[in-house]
Design a protein around this ligand. Structure first.
Ligand SMILES: [Mg+2]
Length: 442
């Protein structure tokens, strides 16, 4: 697709050439349609050091080459079109750029005839403009999930976002008030992993933009309000024989529903092995699926006001039961409930594919199926790994998982570990009120 022709046909005046850095920050340049023809070939120039990509000021220009297949005309500002871009430098792909990391995983899977499809549930809160309180002072119920009155008080925001997803052809099918006061979830159809990552990325941009338009602030922060359920980003996963509409066979589906704890739930042997890879690498994956200091206020959280945290603290899986890290809700797929709203949309998909493929390669066993309420009976599970208690534990777990690091790429892994360690050090040197309160009179 020639972008200058697209602009003329659709009344686009500006293209937003966007890439996502290692911390999930979305960076963009606005390029007038008159200049897009050259930019489509050569890319938009960025100083990589100015973003979180582990570059120095001495690095040459990084060029973000737009992917025309990702083009989305902003439904709320139709003169602008958004393009996800793939960063290159001196003719080589920037190895640690998250969209490139994901594309490498997708290519590695495709070489084996495997095509991962995913759906993501990107929960968010609507806060006041300055983020200091919830946007809705009447949203105070003890169990606010599916609250009819509360969802209608934010109908104008929810409807506008959902209308846009309908217009974009994402197949949205439900919207609800979630389990925390001020929290919402909107679901759209699953798709190829790269499409889901682009949409997840765009959904965050769109939701923040529409919330701002209505005088609110949307946040995907993992635990924005102490004592309330946090923002998850649950991912539903299956693997198919072909990408896009050519997909005919779900390799996670099975006809023989006997013989193993996974088969009984309708998950094939290959699905069980993919899940086995996720289970094996889960504590290391947390560095990517739960990437911030705040993420660990959601994972390992004490029970919230509503009575459940809806987030795991242990590496366990089960059937249709939301108290575990992995749920197999029905035949042919499973849900990873580990990730939170801070997860980088591209790295989230990449680490799932990386861990899953390693499991398929080694024939990994997902281990025991625990058909129990983990919130009430978790203490009886003795041999399952606990998820990291904080970001430092997660970075260390990732850093010591040589297999996962090399599958995701050494350049990416060392850049990521380095920047995340620096972030942890910044947090650790921050002087908190808590330590004063607990130490002043010692
Ligand atoms: Mg939810």
């Amino acid at each position: 697709m020639k972008l200058n022709e697209y602009a003329a046909k659709n009344g686009v005046n500006y293209f937003m050439i966007s890439f996502t850095d290692l911390f999930g920050g979305q960076r963009a340049k606005l390029v007038p349609a008159q200049a897009i023809a050259d930019m489509q070939e050569e890319g938009a120039g960025f100083a990589g050091f100015a973003t979180w990509l582990d570059m120095t000021p001495a690095h040459p220009d990084m060029l973000a080459i737009p992917d025309p297949s990702s083009c989305i005309q902003l439904p709320w500002k139709r003169e602008v079109a958004w393009l996800a871009a793939n960063p290159v430098m001196e003719g080589e792909e920037v190895a640690q750029a998250p969209r490139n990391v994901l594309r490498r995983q997708i290519a590695a899977a495709a070489e084996k005839g495997l095509h991962v499809k995913t759906g993501v549930e990107a929960e968010y809160f609507l806060m006041s403009k300055d983020g200091s309180s919830l946007s809705d002072e009447f949203d105070t119920a003890e169990k606010p999930c599916y609250d009819q009155q509360a969802v209608m008080r934010r109908y104008d925001v929810v409807r506008e976002i959902c209308d846009y997803m309908l217009e974009l052809g994402w197949g949205p099918y439900q919207n609800d008030h979630e389990d925390a006061n001020g929290q919402f979830e909107m679901n759209w159809e699953f798709s190829d992993a790269l499409v889901t990552a682009d949409r997840h990325s765009f959904f965050k941009f769109m939701t923040k933009s529409i919330a701002e338009k209505h005088g609110f602030r949307a946040t995907f922060m993992p635990k924005p309000v102490e004592g309330l359920t946090g923002n998850g980003a649950h991912v539903h996963i299956s693997v198919w024989d072909a990408p896009g509409d050519d997909a005919k066979t779900n390799m996670f589906a099975t006809d023989s529903t006997e013989g193993s704890p996974t088969a009984e739930l309708g998950l094939s042997e290959r699905g069980a092995n993919f899940l086995g890879g996720i289970m094996k690498h889960a504590t290391a994956m947390a560095a990517i699926t739960n990437p911030t200091v705040n993420s660990y206020k959601r994972i390992n959280a004490p029970r919230t006001l509503s009575g459940a945290t809806w987030s795991p603290n242990t590496v366990t899986w089960t059937g249709n039961n939301r108290t575990h890290m992995v749920r197999v809700p029905g035949p042919g797929r499973f849900e990873l409930r580990l990730a939170d709203g801070a997860a980088n949309p591209y790295l989230l998909q990449a680490v799932i594919i990386a861990a899953g493929l390693s499991g398929m390669k080694s024939g990994a066993d997902p281990g025991k199926r625990w058909d129990i309420d983990m919130y009430a009976e978790g203490h009886i599970v003795k041999d399952a790994p606990k998820l990291p208690l904080n970001m430092l534990d997660a970075i260390r777990a990732y850093d010591s998982d040589g297999e996962l690091k090399s599958i995701l790429g050494d350049e990416f892994s060392s850049a990521y570990v380095k920047l995340k360690n620096r972030e942890w050090n910044s947090f650790a040197s921050h002087f908190s009120q808590w330590e004063k309160e607990h130490t002043l009179d010692i």
